[in-house]
Design a protein around this ligand. Structure first.
Ligand code: SF4
Length: 290
């Protein structure tokens, strides 16, 4: 069995920055609890590593981030995640006199700057992103004239006055999915202005999937099941290799030997928040099983 490892793998720069910041905050505030509001990145192994260092992830799918923040003690040390955060959280943190550290990825911050500039100039903004994803929620919170759509269906239901809105997107979407929505928007709204904001880390990993050998029979996509960039990689792999089996795993423990029966060519692809050590352990296990 041939085991091919797609590159790049290991953390993207935004994830490296967020994890380093969390560790730095932990050492700076040795004598008090440190909280991360939501998942610092969408990978449970990373979150566990931070928990082991005494950094508590605060999350509950039944509650909005604002509610979770309200429930923390006043003057807590809080880290906002790499995905960006909703505008209302700044006011809550200020009122509760919290010590805040912001791990927002610079690519996401750039996205926000572009959106705010459009709003300042009186434009409306169509934001393509995943509903309920923190990055999309953060962008949508920038103003009432930001309209979050997830797909073509949402766009067709959208009613906005601006004939020349800015069309921008979550940084981790699939290029194929995004191109389809852009085509529809430009067909219906020829004066719309497109800002393709898929980040480079996502783009390079997607390119690696598009370059996979056509004879690949099985693709393991390593990453958290709530990771948007990992979901995009899986979607692209399914489109690129319709005959192959595409399986999403968090780590080597989720590989089932039976999946490999009769397989001659397997590829390993990692998301931007997947630790390099995890990818190495997956490859090692596959090499032992071949
Ligand atoms: Fe930043 Fe892109 Fe990494 Fe997200 S995937 S943290 S936007 S570099």
């Amino acid at each position: 069995m041939n085991v091919f490892v797609a590159r790049p793998h290991g953390y993207c720069s935004g994830v490296i920055r967020a994890i380093s910041l969390a560790k730095e905050v932990r050492s700076r505030h040795r004598d008090c609890p440190v909280f991360v509001l939501g998942s610092i990145v969408h990978n449970e192994d990373v979150i566990q590593e931070l928990e082991d260092l005494g950094i508590t992830t605060v999350r509950d799918i039944q509650k909005r981030p604002a509610q979770l923040l309200e429930e923390l003690p006043d003057r807590s040390v809080v880290i906002f995640t790499a995905h960006g955060h909703e505008v209302s959280l700044d006011e809550i943190a200020k009122r509760k006199e919290m010590i805040v550290y912001d791990a927002t990825c610079p690519m996401v911050t750039t996205n926000h700057r572009i959106i705010l500039n459009e709003l300042k100039n009186g434009h409306q903004v169509i934001y393509i992103g995943k509903k309920n994803h923190p990055e999309a929620n953060a962008a949508a919170s920038l103003g009432d004239d930001v309209f979050l759509i997830e797909d073509e269906k949402d766009f067709l239901l959208l009613k906005i006055a601006d004939k020349s809105p800015l069309v921008i997107n979550q940084t981790t979407l699939s290029q194929i999915e995004l191109a389809n929505i852009h085509d529809l928007i430009m067909h219906k709204m020829p004066a719309a202005r497109i800002a393709d904001e898929i980040c480079n880390a996502t783009r390079m990993r997607q390119k690696a999937v598009l370059d996979l050998d056509v004879n690949t029979e099985l693709v393991y996509i390593i990453g958290g099941d709530n990771s948007s960039n990992t979901a995009s990689l899986a979607e692209m792999a399914r489109k690129r290799l319709p005959h192959a089996r595409v399986i999403r795993i968090l780590n080597e423990r989720e590989i089932d030997e039976k999946e490999l029966e009769g397989i001659n060519a397997v590829a390993v692809v990692s998301g931007a928040s997947t630790p390099l050590e995890t990818t190495n352990r997956v490859v090692l296990k596959l090499n032992l099983l071949k």
